[in-house]
Every structure is written in structure tokens, then in C-alpha cells.
Write a protein that binds this ligand. Structure first.
Ligand SMILES: [Zn+2]
Length: 173
């Protein structure tokens, strides 16, 4: 497979055309920035190789542990991580779920430490606030975010495929 440095170079090379294309298509600088930043984030640290101890995994620093269950659950280079659309979908849902669970754990812990009952009410209040915040974001921003996440990871998968094809062809020659 291409090394992390190759994947990084591809991601960085994609950023300017991604920005220009999104701006040309939508006429919006906000959306162009969002798509480009999501592409960079996805290519550099949210890509399919999070399914093993890899460079993108190391880039999460202290938050690396968030990906431990993911690495246990998902076999390296399986469709669940490297699938062209499925990979990003699974990672996005996984990260959202982990963050919600951590938030809930934090609330429980806070109530436990302070010896206060009513953690259920706090949790409901936080969830209501979260829902309200998420719903207040326009749909096109969510689409742009997901598109960028998908694009950065799809470039990774496509590079992996191209690499396999190339090494197989080389062997046959
Ligand atoms: Zn890979």
C-alpha cells in the first residue's frame, strides 16, 4: 500500500482543486472552506487506515483511545473501513456515537463526584440543547461536511486500489 506520506501528498494536492471546484459549483466561500477543511481532515486523520496503528491514528494524540474499539471491531482493509462510501459512513457514525457516549459518561461522572442526583435530567437537557444546535445548522453545511469527509477518504481508498492494481500488473509483466 502507498505509505502515509504518499496519502498525505495526495490529500494536500487535492485541497486547492477541491476549493476551486466547490466555489465554482456553489458560489459560496463558506462551503468551499468547509469542504476543503473536511477533505484535509479526512485525508490526514480520519481516513480508512484508522483501522490499524497508523500515522492518521497517531495524529489523534491523546484522543487516540477513541479508535481502540474501532480497531478491535474492524478488520484492517475491510469494506467497513476501506469501502468507498461505507468507510466514511461507518467512521462518521462511530465517532458520533463515541462522542455522545463520552458526553453521557462525563455527565454521570460529574453527578457522581458532586453527589447530586438528577443525572437523567441533565442528560435530557444536554441532548435537547444538542438537538436544537444540530437542527439549527443548514442542511447544505451538513452535506458539505460529509462530502468533504467522504472525498478525503475516497481519495485514500482509490490510491490503495491503484497501488494494488499497479503491483499486480508489475508482477505479471
Ligand atoms: Zn489504506
Amino acid at each position: 500500500m502507498p505509505r502515509a506520506r504518499t496519502h498525505d501528498a495526495i490529500t494536500l494536492a487535492l485541497a486547492p482543486p477541491t476549493f476551486l471546484m466547490t466555489h465554482a459549483l456553489t458560489g459560496s466561500y463558506d462551503l468551499a472552506w468547509l469542504v476543503t477543511l473536511a477533505t484535509l481532515f479526512s485525508g490526514l486523520m480520519f481516513n480508512p487506515d484508522l483501522d490499524v496503528r497508523s500515522t492518521p491514528y497517531a495524529r489523534w494524540g491523546l484522543l487516540r483511545f477513541l479508535w481502540w474499539p474501532y480497531q478491535v471491531l474492524i478488520r484492517h482493509r475491510s469494506r467497513l473501513s476501506h469501502g468507498l462510501l461505507l468507510g466514511t459512513l461507518v467512521r462518521t457514525l462511530y465517532l458520533a456515537l463515541v462522542l455522545v457516549l463520552m458526553g453521557a459518561g462525563g455527565i454521570l461522572l460529574w453527578h457522581g463526584i458532586h453527589g447530586r442526583p438528577g443525572s437523567g435530567e441533565s442528560m435530557r437537557a444536554v441532548l435537547a440543547l444538542l438537538k436544537q444546535t444540530l437542527l439549527s445548522v443548514e442542511k447544505r453545511y451538513w452535506l458539505a461536511l460529509f462530502f468533504g469527509l467522504w472525498w478525503g477518504s475516497a481519495a485514500h481508498t482509490l490510491a490503495d486500489w491503484a497501488w494494488s492494481l499497479w503491483t499486480q500488473t508489475k508482477r505479471m509483466l
